[in-house]
Write a protein that binds this ligand. Structure first.
Ligand code: F6R
Length: 626
C-alpha cells in the first residue's frame, strides 16, 4: 500500500504489495493451459497491470513463469503460452505498493512447491500471519501479502487435510478482501478458488471450467457464468464445479446464468460506459481505500504533527478532495491547513514553504505536471512531501517522502469518480490519525466516525440502488437547460464544486458552483424563472442556513433540486426535486456519499446529449503538460 522513505531515500518499513489485479484459472480435460491462460490474461489487459505470471502442474510438479512487464514482453522472455498441463492459474498484477518485480509477481508458492496461488485484494492481517509462519520456519520469497496464503495452505496440507479443505481453513484465517485461485501438485486435477469482497466469477464450459476476476477473461470460451458471493468457494475439475460456504464447508447449489454481452460490453462488465461502471464500483473502492494500514496513517500524521504549516496540493477533482479534507483538518484535527490548486501553489505560497512545511500532494495518476512541479518546488524549499496516488511507481510516489496508495484500481473513464471518493476516504483517515495524535478528538466523535467508515460502502450502495432512476428522471426533465448552479455550505462546498466539474466537463454546460452563503454576493443576479439550482444539503451544522439559501433562490423563481437525507423535511419541502441519501452520515464524510448522485447526474446528462462520457472532448486522463 505504501512505501515509507527517509529523506535519504532509504526505506524504513517493509513494502506491502497489494493489487486490483486480474485472475484467470482453468481446468481442461484435454489440451494445454498455456495458450488458454495467455488468451484469458490478454483479455484482462484493459484493467491495467505491471506484471504477469502463470503456473501449472507438469509431471506432478508446479511450474511457475512470471515477471514484471507487459504480457507480450513476458511471453517473449519466458514463453508463458507454452505452459503445458491441464490445470493452471494466471495473474496480471496492478501493484498498489512497491516497485513491480519478478519476486512480487504472482503466482506465489509455498516452501515445498506443492501449492501455487494468485490473489486479487488486500490481506489485512498478513504481517502477523507472516511472522507466525516465519517462526515455524517458513521461507518467504516476496514482499507480498499473498504469499502467506501458499504457506498457510502448506501447513494445513501437512496436517493431512484435503486441498479444498486446506484452502477453506486458510481462508478463515484471513481478514480483508481476497479473491484467490490455487492449484496443488498433491491434487493435480483441480483449481480451488475463494471469494471475500474481491470479485470472482466461475465459467462453466464443456470439458473445461474456468474462474476469473472478470467475465471477459473467459467469455470467448463459455458464457455460462456462476457469480460467487462473499464467503463462497468453488472447487473446479474438468467436468464439475462444486460450490461451498467457506465458513462451515456446507455445499451449495447455484445454476449458471447465460451472459449475452458482446466483447465491448464485457470489458465494462455489462455497463454502457466505464464511467458508469466506475461509479458503481465505489462501495468496493471506498472500502479498499479505508483499509489503509494504521501504521502508515500514523507515519503521515507524525510528519504533519511536527509541521508548522501543511499545504494540500492537487488539480481538478483531486483538488476537490483536498478542499473537502481541509474542513476535516480544522473540524477534527483542529489544524488549519491550506489547500492550493497545484498550478498556483508556488506563486502563491512558495515564499512560505520551508523545512517546517509539509506538502501533501494528491494525484490519481501521480503524473500531473502541475502537481509534480508544485511538489518539486516544495522539495527545493526543504518541505516534507507526502503523496496520495492511485498509481504505484508513478512519479509522485517516487518523489514523495511518504506515500499512500488509494487502492481504487485503474480508472478508465477520463472523468474521475471512484478515485475522488477513495482519495477523500484516505484523507479523512489521515485527519483522524492526526487528531488522535494531537489528542483533540472527542471519543464520541471518534466513535461516530468509525461507525461512519464502516457504513460508508453500504450508504453508497443504497444511493446507487435507490436513486439512479430518480436522477435519470430529473436529467430528462431538465435536459434543455443551458446552465446549472451547485450550492453547498461547509464541506458541502467541495461537493458542489465537484458536482459542477463533472457536469461541465462531460456535458459542456457552463455550470456554476458557489458557497451558498456567497451566492447572494453575485450569482443571485443570474437567477431567473426556471433556473435550476442544485443544493447539497446534509443536515449538519450548516443546515439551517441552507434552508434560508433555498428560500432566497426559490423566491427568485429558481427550480430547486436538492440532495438531502431521506428524513429531511424542510429543504425537500422547498424543492421541486429531491434525491435522497441515507440519514446519519457524519458531516466530514458527507461528500463521499452526496457526490454519487451528482456523478450520476453528469453521466446521464452527457449520455442524454449524445456525448461520450468516457472521453470528453479536449480532456486527457493524465495532464502531463503545464
Ligand atoms: C476531473 C478529472 C481531472 C483530474 C485532474 C488531476 O474529472 O479527472 O480534473 O482530477 O486532471 O488529475 P490527477 O488526480 O491524476 O492528478
Amino acid at each position: 500500500m505504501l512505501i515509507i522513505r527517509c529523506h535519504n531515500g532509504r526505506r524504513i518499513l517493509p513494502r506491502r504489495v497489494r493489487g486490483m489485479c486480474g485472475i484467470a484459472a482453468c481446468v481442461l480435460r484435454n489440451g494445454e493451459v498455456g495458450p488458454v491462460l495467455y488468451d484469458c490474461l490478454k483479455r484482462l489487459e484493459y484493467r491495467g497491470y505491471d506484471s504477469v505470471g502463470e503456473a501449472s502442474i507438469i509431471d506432478g510438479k508446479i511450474v511457475v513463469k512470471k515477471d514484471k512487464g507487459k504480457i507480450d514482453q513476458v511471453e517473449e522472455k519466458l514463453g508463458i503460452s507454452d505452459l503445458a498441463g491441464v490445470v493452471g492459474i494466471g495473474h496480471t498484477r496492478w501493484a498498489t505498493h512497491g516497485a513491480p518485480s519478478q519476486e512480487n509477481a504472482h503466482p506465489h508458492t509455498d516452501c515445498k512447491n506443492t501449492v501455487a496461488v494468485v490473489h486479487n485484494g488486500i490481506i489485512e492481517n498478513f504481517m502477523r500471519l507472516r511472522q507466525e509462519l516465519e517462526l515455524k520456519g517458513h521461507q518467504f520469497n516476496s514482499r507480498t501479502d499473498t504469499e502467506v496464503v501458499a504457506h498457510l495452505v502448506e501447513e494445513c496440507l501437512g496436517s493431512g487435510k484435503s486441498f479444498a479443505e486446506a484452502v477453506r481453513l486458510t481462508s478463515k484465517k484471513l481478514t480483508g478482501a481476497y479473491a484467490l485461485a490455487l492449484i496443488s501438485s498433491l491434487e493435480p486435477d483441480k483449481v480451488v478458488c475463494v471469494r471475500n469482497e474481491s470479485p470472482l466469477v466461475v465459467g462453466r464450459g464443456t470439458d473445461s471450467n474456468y474462474c476469473a476476476s472478470d467475465i471477459p477473461a473467459f467469455l470467448s470460451r463459455t458464457n455460462q457464468v456462476i457469480f460467487l458471493e462473499d464467503d463462497e468457494m468453488a472447487v473446479l475439475t474438468a467436468d464439475k464445479v462444486r460450490l461451498l460456504h467457506i465458513s462451515d464447508g456446507e455445499e451449495l447449489t447455484r445454476e449458471p446464468v447465460t451472459i449475452d454481452w458482446n466483447a465491448e460490453t464485457a470489458l465494462k462488465t455489462g455497463y454502457r460506459h466505464f464511467m458508469l461502471k466506475e461509479i458503481h464500483e465505489q462501495p468496493m473502492t471506498v472500502r479498499n481505500a479505508l483499509r489503509t494500514h494504521p501504521i502508515y496513517l500514523d507515519l503521515m500524521a507524525s510528519a504533519m504533527n511536527r509541521a508548522k504549516r501543511i499545504f494540500l496540493v492537487a488539480c481538478g477533482t483531486s483538488y476537490h478532495a483536498c478542499l473537502a479534507a481541509t474542513y476535516a483538518f480544522s473540524n477534527l484535527a483542529k489544524f488549519a491547513v491550506t489547500p492550493a490548486v497545484a498550478s498556483e501553489f508556488i506563486d502563491t505560497y512558495g515564499a512560505l514553504v520551508d523545512s517546517d512545511s509539509v506538502v501533501l500532494a494528491v494525484s490519481q495518476s501521480g503524473e500531473t505536471a502541475d502537481t509534480l512541479s508544485a511538489v518539486r518546488g516544495a522539495k527545493e524549499r526543504g518541505a516534507t512531501v507526502l503523496g496520495i496516488s492511485n498509481v504505484m511507481g508513478s512519479t509522485l510516489t517516487r518523489i514523495s517522502d511518504v506515500y499512500i496508495g488509494q487502492n481504487s484500481g485503474p480508472e478508465m473513464g477520463v472523468a474521475a469518480t471512484k478515485t475522488f471518493t477513495a482519495q477523500l476516504s484516505v484523507l479523512v483517515k489521515i485527519v483522524v490519525a492526526l487528531a488522535r495524535k494531537r489528542e483533540v478528538l472527542r471519543s464520541a466523535d471518534l466513535e461516530a466516525l468509525q461507525n461512519g467508515f464502516n457504513r460508508l460502502p453500504g450508504w453508497i450502495s443504497i444511493v446507487l440502488s435507490t436513486q439512479e432512476e430518480r436522477v435519470k428522471r430529473i436529467v430528462e426533465k431538465y435536459s434543455d437547460r443551458s446552465s446549472f448552479c451547485f450550492l453547498g455550505r461547509g464541506i458541502g462546498v467541495a461537493t458542489a464544486l465537484e458536482g459542477r466539474l463533472k457536469l461541465l466537463e462531460l456535458s459542456y454546460l457552463p455550470a456554476i458552483a458557489y458557497a451558498a452563503g456567497e451566492s447572494k454576493h453575485g450569482f443571485i443576479s443570474v437567477v431567473e424563472e426556471g433556473y435550476p439550482v442544485i443544493f447539497i444539503a446534509p443536515r449538519d451544522e450548516t443546515y439551517s442556513k441552507m434552508i434560508g439559501n433555498t428560500m432566497e433562490m426559490k423566491a427568485r423563481g429558481a427550480q430547486i433540486i436538492s440532495i438531502v437525507d431521506d428524513q429531511d423535511g424542510e429543504v425537500s419541502g422547498l424543492s421541486d426535486e429531491t434525491v435522497t441519501v441515507p440519514p446519519g452520515i457524519p458531516s466530514m464524510l458527507t461528500p463521499i456519499v452526496f457526490v454519487v448522485p451528482l456523478q450520476l447526474f453528469a453521466y446521464y446528462m452527457a449520455v442524454g446529449k449524445g456525448y461520450d462520457p468516457d472521453f470528453p472532448r479536449n480532456l486527457a486522463k493524465s495532464v502531463t503538460v503545464h
